[in-house]
Design a protein around this ligand. Structure first.
Ligand code: THU
Length: 162
């Protein structure tokens, strides 16, 4: 028996095509890139998220001279989220970046790394709610994904340990 897996996503030309809430969250993620500590990669990542209760939380990548010690923006955000609001679901997370080394700008979306996908999936499971992701650079195209765990099919989770 052969099975197939797929998921849908939305793609927009720029944030002007998004609703007001999504567009402003992406604007905040873009602005947050300024707070990244990324002196080694010069790849500044900013994430902004909206809890169900309307509160917002932010994260940036935090690098280290010992490279593997660095943490991605998404996981910095999720750690802050856990401290601010225990078990409060996140409705939407916007992720942007500014690649200072790239001539021609940061105009295409990036999506979370594998380790962050695992953390995002766990946050969804823990709060029993899917988290929308809005992905874009400092300008240009935007991708919207309805649930972060769609990025991690066949994932290992708490169910796997039962
Ligand atoms: N990074 C993030 O913060 N989030 C991502 O989704 C991808 C990568 C960071 C890690 C490192 O500090 C820099 O970007 C380059 O990989």
């Amino acid at each position: 028996m052969k099975k197939q897996h797929s998921f849908g996503f939305e793609i927009y030309n720029d944030i002007s095509e998004l609703n007001k809430e999504d567009a402003s969250l992406m604007e905040e993620a873009r602005k947050t890139t300024q707070k990244a500590y990324a002196p080694y990669s010069n790849f500044l990542v900013g994430a902004a998220a909206l809890f169900n209760n309307g509160q917002k939380v932010f994260g940036t990548n935090q690098e280290n001279a010992s490279y593997p010690v660095g943490i991605c923006a998404e996981r910095v955000l999720l750690a802050s989220a856990s401290m601010l609001q225990t078990d409060e679901p996140i409705k939407t997370m916007a992720i942007s970046y500014n690649n200072l080394s790239r001539v021609g700008g940061s105009d295409r979306p990036i999506s979370p790394c594998g380790m962050c996908r695992q953390s995002l999936a766990e946050y969804e499971e823990r709060t029993s709610q899917s988290m929308r992701l809005i992905l874009s650079g400092m300008e240009g195209k935007v991708i919207v994904i309805e649930s972060a765990s769609q990025l991690l099919p066949f994932s290992f989770g708490s169910e796997s340990m039962k």
